[in-house]
Design a protein around this ligand. Structure first.
Ligand SMILES: NC(=O)C1=CN([C@@H]2O[C@H](COP(=O)(O)OP(=O)(O)OC[C@H]3O[C@@H](n4cnc5c(N)ncnc54)[C@H](O)[C@@H]3O)[C@@H](O)[C@H]2O)C=CC1
Ligand SMILES: O=C(O)[C@H]1O[C@H](OP(=O)(O)OP(=O)(O)OC[C@H]2O[C@@H](n3ccc(=O)[nH]c3=O)[C@H](O)[C@@H]2O)[C@H](O)[C@@H](O)[C@@H]1O
Length: 423
């Protein structure tokens, strides 16, 4: 019952199926049963309350009940990075073993978690080894492509549904479950489906790092990267999406999945040199522009910096691998004083202290600030009354890490505006 599990459960409830949400975290289960989400995701709270009422969804921390009562099981547990970069499969294995132990009839196990190539076979093996009696089952790879912040929309309107399976019965069952969703279904071998997921995330990360690296050149030569990507994106072979330069991609997936794919490549003695560079560019993008901005400001030392938007992207409270975290750490090392704002996300406790404070209102955050660094482009910032906000600031620098504010209007208001690759 994380981001993927809750969204998947509620979407199937919305499509009319009877769903049980299972999680080992009893507090999460209690809160979901009371209609409260344990994370912020637009639209899910409404569906949760609707389907608790319609009785299409309920929640439990009892794997025996959940597994026995259902013939189809979606596996949505986390696959975080292990210390060596590989995907840690301990949660996947744990659920597989629970399924094996508690199986009472035929089960279709659909793996939605992002898992390394050939995990499907391992899940089958883990279930088989845990079985106490020989019930038949299928394991299917059914990777998830939703984005946080638009999880519900993405799940109801996916570009494609990938089903990796060698079993016609299993494929037909999944097609039936998804029948009300208008999207092409691509049936592949399990390993191919697993690879499609990694290859897709890695490709999106590649697009971002490509423009981010170009943005450094644009910054030097006085060309606006946003104008460049606009022109590039008009070519339908390139497309306009995922070409927005910024302080780098964050989140629970691009960094983790790139590492996992690089690990798989290494295990197979193949070098994915492009993906290595994608990661490298991403890891240095924020610090590259922090250096540029530091020069413009004349140093961060003892300056008051307002950090706007700490989540890894707007419309989520997820801080996993958020670029803002490394930026705040860097600024603190430079002896800056930080005033932080986010509409939803809360500053992690390890960053709280004498020189960092989070405020509820934008006005309080900007009170006395010398500069603003925009890390995540919440609409609250784009639509803010900047003329009024300017009056509470000490100095007037805006460093737009997402190229989303209107630089021209801000300059007209008397701000010194700098974006990414956009002087
Ligand atoms: N977050 C996202 O936007 C997307 C994530 N994915 C993939 O989906 C998977 C899940 O990601 P998130 O939802 O973000 O993870 P998450 O960390 O939010 O949730 C994972 C949940 O699994 C629960 N769990 C752990 N062991 C369990 C067990 N034995 N039985 C039942 N529940 C157990 C945890 O308590 C937690 O609530 C990952 O592999 C991720 O790469 C794929 C597409 C989008
Ligand atoms: O596997 C996953 O977990 C998911 O990872 C991403 O989704 P998500 O990480 O939720 O969010 P994105 O919208 O992809 O943004 C990721 C990061 O890239 C950044 N980004 C995105 C687009 C862009 O043009 N430029 C850019 O810097 C965002 O600010 C954010 O930090 C993918 O978009 C989903 O398809 C996938 O299912």
């Amino acid at each position: 019952m994380g981001y993927v599990g809750v969204t998947t459960g509620l979407v199937f409830a919305e499509l009319g199926w009877k769903v049980t949400g299972l999680d080992t975290d009893a507090l999460k289960i209690q809160s979901l049963s009371e209609g409260k989400l344990s994370f912020y995701e637009p639209g899910l709270d409404i569906l949760l309350s609707q389907h608790l009422q319609s009785d299409n969804i309920r929640f439990t921390s009892d794997p025996i009940q959940a597994i026995r009562e259902h013939s189809v099981i979606f596996l949505c547990v986390g696959t975080p990075s292990d210390i060596n970069g590989s995907a840690d499969l301990q949660y996947v294995r744990n659920v597989a073993e629970h399924i094996g132990t508690n199986m009472n009839d035929y089960k279709l196990v659909a793996v939605k978690s992002t898992v390394p190539i050939d995990t499907n076979r391992k899940v089958r093996q883990w279930i088989r080894e845990a079985q106490t009696s020989p019930h038949p089952f299928d394991v299917v790879s059914n990777p998830e492509f939703l984005r946080e912040g638009s999880a519900l929309y993405d799940s109801l309107h996916p570009d494609r549904i990938i089903i990796g399976s060698n079993s016609k019965q299993a494929v037909d069952t999944l097609k039936t479950l998804y029948r009300s969703i208008n999207a092409p279904v691509l049936v592949t071998k399990p390993k191919t489906a697993e690879m499609i997921k990694y290859a897709s995330n890695a490709f999106l990360a590649t697009k971002i790092s490509y423009v981010n690296e170009l943005s450094r050149l644009c910054d030097k030569i006085g060309v606006n990267i946003s104008d460049v990507t606009k022109g590039m994106g008009m070519d339908h072979r390139i497309g306009p999406h995922f070409l927005r330069a910024g302080i780098g991609y964050g989140g629970s997936c691009f960094p983790k999945d790139s590492k996992a794919l690089l690990y798989t490549a290494k295990e197979n003695d193949i070098q994915l040199s492009i993906l290595e560079k994608v990661t490298e560019v991403n890891n240095s993008q924020a610090s590259y522009f922090l250096n540029v901005w530091e020069e413009k400001l004349g140093g961060f030392d003892h300056r008051t910096i307002a950090i706007l938007g700490i989540s890894f992207k707007p419309n989520t409270d997820d801080l996993r691998e958020a670029p803002s975290l490394a930026i705040m750490q860097h600024l603190l090392e430079k002896q800056a004083i930080l005033r932080v704002h986010d509409p939803i996300a809360k500053l992690p406790s390890y960053l709280q202290g004498e020189f960092v404070q989070q405020f509820d209102s934008l006005e309080d955050t900007l009170d006395g600030a010398d500069a603003i660094i925009l890390c995540s482009e919440w609409t609250d910032y784009i639509g803010a009354n900047w003329s009024q906000l300017r009056s509470v600031m000490g100095d007037y620098f805006i460093f737009d890490g997402r190229n989303k504010l209107d630089g021209k209007s801000l300059t007209d208001l008397g701000f010194y505006y700098y974006g990414i690759g956009n002087r």
